[in-house]
Design a protein around this ligand. Structure first.
Ligand SMILES: [Zn+2]
Length: 336
């Protein structure tokens, strides 16, 4: 997992320094890191990670590649009771939910088929309802798995663009998905994130919208993790402004463009904005359209993540945000 740290900017402003880091992981709580095993027995390889920016939502889990095939055994990541099993033509396809005694729920989607005990639960419900799509809330105590039991085979069912396992860990009580990599279920990640561009939003006294004046800034890598403005120029700012960053993280050469875990903005060493993809909430996931610069995405396909929060955006990925992350410099000094 990587952290993306962007130390930025200035009033008539220069001294821009942007860093893409891979250590120094910030979290707001402690996680049991030995408790869960991997849901598969192959080397974990991600085609999607937690918090990734999708067209209508943040990706709520990790997508494990399954060697371009279906039928790999899927294991219970820890002991627990099945709380839900579902068959759906779209969405998650065939899915299983297991509640664990430590307060977390593991979720497995797009399965090819279930083991016998789960199949029996599904068949009984399909027979009762006389329909294919069923969503069964299973009473606690009905079906218990030990850590490492085979619960299903991996597949490509539901809204899935190829064989893979979508895996989540949720807080059982809130059903909020959490970043599974914080539980020690890590993908090998050999590369620091890549910063593809920055954007200055000249807000003045206005709210951010599609007409907000934008100034794209191109950056170049000066080392594995450090970036500078391509033209080394000073960037003048006047009045209130915000910043956005376009960044991705590849885990290996030629790998998928995965999301970054955190984005921090500092001015003169002071934290101005901290975004963490630690926990999401399905109820506010559509706030992604307010978090990323949606108008710019439509225009250029570039996904700029804003370091400021629009009024009314309910997403809770911002953890440190004085003035909603809107910046204003009060002197003519060069800031860094
Ligand atoms: Zn997924």
């Amino acid at each position: 997992m990587r952290k993306l740290l962007s130390g930025l900017l200035a009033s008539f402003f220069a001294g821009l320094m942007v860093q893409a880091q891979q250590n120094n992981i910030i979290t707001t709580r402690d996680y049991p890191i030995e408790y869960f095993r991997s849901p598969l027995n192959i080397t974990p390889d991600a085609s999607g990670t937690f918090g990734e920016l999708r067209s209508t939502h943040f990706h709520a889990g990790d997508d494990y590649r399954t060697q371009q095939r279906t039928g790999l055994p899927v294991y219970a990541v820890a002991e627990g009771y099945v709380s839900r099993v579902r068959v759906q033509i779209g969405g998650g396809g065939n899915s299983v939910y297991i509640d664990h005694p430590n307060g977390y729920t593991s979720v497995y989607l797009h399965l090819e088929n279930f083991n016998d005990a789960l199949t029996n639960i599904i068949r009984a419900e399909q027979y009762k309802q006389k329909r294919f799509d069923v969503d069964v809330m299973v009473d606690k105590g009905t079906l218990h798995f030990q850590k490492g039991d085979v619960i299903a085979r991996s597949g490509n069912t539901g809204a899935s663009g190829g064989p893979h396992l979508h895996f989540e860990l949720r807080d059982t009580k809130s059903q909020h998905p959490l970043n599974t990599q914080l539980f020690g279920l890590q993908f090998t990640d050999r590369f620091a994130p890549t910063i593809q561009g920055l954007m200055v939003y000249d807000l003045g006294e206005n709210r951010f919208n599609e007409h907000t004046p934008r100034r794209p800034l191109s950056v170049r890598a000066v080392s594995g993790t450090d970036y500078k403005l391509s033209n080394n120029a000073v960037i003048p700012v006047n009045g209130k402004f915000g910043l956005g960053i376009n960044a991705i993280d590849r885990h290996r050469a030629g790998g998928f463009q995965n999301g970054v875990y955190s984005i921090e903005l500092f001015i003169d060493g002071k934290p101005m904005s901290t975004v963490l993809f630690e926990e999401l909430d399905f109820n506010t996931s559509r706030g992604i359209h307010s978090y990323i610069d949606y108008a710019q995405w439509k225009r250029s396909k570039a996904k700029y993540q804003k370091s400021f929060k629009d009024p009314g955006n309910p997403i809770e990925i911002f953890h440190h945000l004085p003035n909603d992350g809107i910046l204003e410099l009060t002197d003519n000094q060069v800031q860094t």
